[in-house]
Design a protein around this ligand. Structure first.
Ligand SMILES: *[C@@H]1O[C@H](CO)[C@@H](O)[C@H](O)[C@H]1NC(C)=O
Ligand SMILES: *[C@@H]1O[C@H](CO)[C@@H](O)[C@H](O)[C@H]1NC(C)=O
Length: 124
């Protein structure tokens, strides 16, 4: 079987993550860390059914993390640390129950387990 790893870390990439990246279903690892990416994590990433390592850290990604991301049960490495994400973490279940706060640290507006910051259920 064909397996693919993409490492575009430290490339001064700007703009959003191209949504079609979520169609690269043969992806085993993706490293987009240390760029200047903005915008949300594409919902399409939940289609990556073989991915084992997803590193989106040290960008400026913003918006909420879609709870459907927990559908990726093949992940053993996941980090969105030092971005600008907000709202709840995707859920502390399945593989995502194995990631500690280091996966999410450095996002001031993010809350929920495994972070110690509790989400305020009442949205303003
Ligand atoms: C991604 O790339 C960065 C910079 O090259 C590196 O420090 C980091 O360990 C990589 N992430 C993973 C999960 O291998
Ligand atoms: C972080 O995201 C918020 C929206 O959630 C936005 O208002 C703010 O400008 C962003 N900060 C940076 C440094 O881009």
């Amino acid at each position: 079987m064909f397996m693919l790893g993409i490492d575009l870390s430290c490339n001064e990439l700007t703009r959003g993550i191209p949504r079609p990246m979520g169609n690269l279903i043969m992806l085993i690892s993706l490293n987009l860390s240390h760029n200047n990416l903005v915008g949300p994590i594409p919902l399409e990433f939940s289609n990556l059914k073989q991915i084992e390592s997803l590193d989106l850290s040290y960008n400026n990604l913003n918006g909420k993390i879609h709870p459907k991301l927990v559908d990726i049960v093949t992940l053993s490495v996941f980090t969105v640390a030092h971005d600008n994400l907000s709202g709840k973490t995707p859920g502390y279940i399945l593989q995502f129950g194995t990631f500690d706060n280091g996966s999410y640290e450095g996002n001031l507006l993010l809350c929920g387990r495994p972070l110690s910051k509790v989400c305020n259920e009442i949205e303003p």
